[in-house]
Design a protein around this ligand. Structure first.
Ligand code: F42
Length: 333
């Protein structure tokens, strides 16, 4: 069965994120991911409050990266959370958002080795081992947590490029595919499968396959579109050429959107984002339209669909709409 996850961006005040988290748990979401960007509120502060106000939803950073946080610090953070909420913590890890890394002049060097080694370090340190490690990127001469781990923490890798998707299939407990269209997800699955086969793992049984979508649902299509447009703009601006090509979007229009974002020209952003871009990079529309699009993704054989930012023009109402009008189509219980 496919589970549903939800993503919150801690741009909102902590109490709002916590309120939405409680609502998400009550309405039947299984996973809660909170994004990590240094210019938003801190992800672990947000997650600790969430842990205190929820009982069963699984939660974690979605996703953190080993450039801002050394993997031993990530291991410490998720292990601490897991002490507060045993068995509920999951750890999302990715190469990091290029724009925010650039702001502080951190080069995203050797992303593949960095992620591969970070996964190993987080896994071993959170399992209570005293770790010694001499890698291509990280070097550790004795790292052990001074507190005991409650349970293992699954590591999900956020990935978009073919090599990262393959690596995610090979070393992750799960993968979070950054995509919304069946074409992109199908393509991603080919690479994930190659990686999982290399490691002798079975897709789905041994590897959680999540699709992390930009999502916007409202009773009026126009309102859903307006809410999702800025998120789609960021996606198009940061999208690899190969993916733009797949959707017939020119690099020139992607650059134009990027320029408009950098200069805060939001009128231009709205005029450059086309309905085709919204179609390619989000699940957006009325509940009926969203049901149809979710159905196409679930049929590809994924284990988790993450309903991502903005969720809708009014987050509280949209979570309610998902629970009342969308979930019943996918759940028999
Ligand atoms: N990023 C954040 O910063 N915060 C978030 O909260 C966040 C959430 C999130 C959720 C799901 C998801 O899928 C991604 C998410 N991201 C988030 C974005 C994520 O951090 C990455 O930016 C995103 O996944 C894009 O990276 P990627 O997976 O496509 O990997 C990049 C690095 C890439 O270019 N990959 C290439 C590929 O084919 O996969 C490989 C690049 C390569 O080969 N590099 C060489 C190497 O050896 O590593 C050499 C490069 C060199 O010069 O060092």
């Amino acid at each position: 069965m496919t589970e549903f996850g939800i993503e919150f961006v801690p741009r909102d005040l902590y109490w709002k994120t916590t309120y939405y988290a409680i609502q998400a748990e009550k309405t039947g979401f299984t996973y809660l991911w909170i994004t990590d960007h240094f210019n938003n509120r801190n992800v672990y502060v947000a997650l600790s409050i969430v842990s205190a106000y929820t009982d069963k939803i699984k939660f974690g950073p979605g996703v953190t990266n080993p450039y801002f946080f050394h993997p031993v610090v990530t291991a410490q953070a998720v292990a601490s959370l897991n002490e507060i909420a045993p068995g509920r913590v999951i750890c999302g890890l990715g190469a990091g958002d290029k724009t925010t890394l650039k702001m502080v002049n951190i080069r995203q060097k050797n992303p593949l080795s960095t992620i591969r080694e970070a996964v190993q370090i987080i896994r071993e340190v959170t399992s209570g081992k005293n770790m010694e490690f001499d890698g291509e990127v990280f070097n550790i001469s004795g790292a052990k947590l001074n507190f005991r781990m409650a349970s293992p923490i699954p590591i999900f890798i956020g990935a978009q490029g073919p090599k990262m998707l393959m690596l995610a299939g090979e070393v992750g407990d799960g993968v979070l595919i950054n995509a919304a269209s069946p074409k992109d997800v199908e393509n991603a699955l080919l690479f994930i499968r190659k990686g999982s086969e290399k490691a002798g793992k079975r897709m789905k049984e041994d590897l959680d396959i999540g699709v992390y979508t930009s999502f916007s649902v409202a009773q009026e299509k126009e309102k859903a579109m307006k809410a999702v447009t800025p998120v789609v703009a960021y996606i198009v601006a940061g999208c690899p050429e190969i993916v733009l090509e797949r959707h017939g979007i020119s690099v020139e229009s992607s650059n134009k959107i990027g320029e408009a974002i950098v200069h805060g020209k939001w009128k231009d952003v709205f005029s450059h984002v086309t309905p085709e871009m919204v179609e390619a990079f989000s699940i957006c529309g009325t509940p009926a339209v969203c049901i149809e699009k979710i159905d196409k993704l679930l049929k590809l054989g994924i284990t988790q669909l993450v309903v991502g930012s903005p969720i809708g023009p009014n987050v509280r109402k949209s979570i309610n709409t998902i629970a009342v009008e969308i979930f019943p189509h996918f759940r028999t219980d």
